[in-house]
Ligand binder design. Structure first.
Ligand code: GLU
Length: 304
């Protein structure tokens, strides 16, 4: 396995070189575009690594999976999906267009920015600190890693420049999609996106989902039904507006983030975490996509 992963990473480095690091959040522009790493965690707890697997990066949109999980645990799926849809989009993750054209002006799904901000507004907790602590603690628990923290520089950088997200939030508020203090909701959202992880952490999240809500240690974190909902939404919406192509070529429930991470869950087989900060035009890690394609082909991982 180790040798196969080494070869896959080596064979994906050229693809990584075709991408570009995200710079619309200035702090993300400091990432190393050449970094490319992978971790595979099988459901019996074995971990395999290759490449720059110890690179730290911010989880970004992969946090949307955790936030959705918390919102469903706290409010139930029916309520959450009365506020946000479950349909894919052909538009970019930060698009405002759908908010005006979609039925009831709801965000289309919880994996795009508008949807995740709406989901964040549903979290229980008296203060923004309570809410981010719930997200952080659940992430630490799933990753079995208490050292996960928020990268303050990335958080501040996004808070200072996140006016597109502010626009989405104000627009939704004007349409009555949610109530509440926008800066407080965004603060929780920005902090969730700024959790710093490695591809091992992502592989653990993937393994928990692959195992229908049970950690490697045997502890159940969420119900099988919540995992089913989340994995389905990952398939249809997790890889931005490239989710359809991803499903055809790779065929694994996955979620990516503009920090260069990809988290993937192969049902009943393994969790996969990848890092490669150089992104393609859709916002997915160029090298990560290539590596996942090669891995999927090698082990016949497509669920379809
Ligand atoms: N924090 C990023 C934003 O709101 C997340 C985007 C992403 O990873 O897709 O723009």
């Amino acid at each position: 396995m180790k040798r196969i992963l080494d070869n896959i990473i080596n064979d994906s480095r050229d693809s990584a070189n075709t991408g570009k690091v995200a710079d619309y959040i200035p702090e993300l522009a400091k990432a190393n575009p050449q970094a490319l790493g992978i971790c595979v965690t099988t459901l019996d707890g074995k971990e395999y690594y290759a490449g720059d697997y110890d690179t730290k990066f911010t989880i970004q949109s992969i946090s949307k999976v955790i936030t959705l999980m918390v919102a469903i645990l706290e409010n139930g799926a029916e309520y959450v999906f009365s506020k946000v849809g479950m349909e894919p989009t052909e538009l970019a993750f930060n698009s405002i267009t759908n908010l005006e054209t979609s039925p009831q002006k709801r965000p289309l799904n919880p994996m795009i920015n508008a949807g995740a901000i709406a989901v964040t507004s549903l979290l229980n907790g008296k203060t923004p600190e309570d809410k981010i602590n719930t997200i952080l603690n659940l992430t630490r628990k799933i990753c079995e890693n208490d050292s996960i923290t928020i990268n303050e520089e990335v958080y501040r950088s996004e808070k200072a420049t996140g006016n597109r997200n502010r626009a989405l939030a104000y627009y939704m508020k004007s349409n009555g999609i949610f109530d509440g203090d926008i800066e407080e909701i965004l603060d929780v959202y920005f902090k969730a996106c700024s959790m710093e992880v490695t591809c091992r952490d992502l592989a653990r999240i993937g393994a928990m989902l692959a195992n229908d809500g049970v950690l490697i240690s045997g502890e159940r974190i969420v119900s099988r039904d919540i995992c089913r909902i989340i994995k389905t939404i990952m398939v249809t919406c997790g890889m931005y507006d490239a989710s359809g192509k991803f499903a055809v070529h790779i065929g694994i429930p996955a979620k990516s983030g503009v920090g260069g991470g990809i988290m993937a869950a192969v049902p009943r087989r393994m969790g996969i975490g990848l890092v490669g900060p150089a992104l393609d035009s859709k916002g997915n890690s160029s090298g990560g996509l290539k590596a996942l394609e090669l891995l999927s082909r090698e082990f016949d991982l497509s669920i379809f």
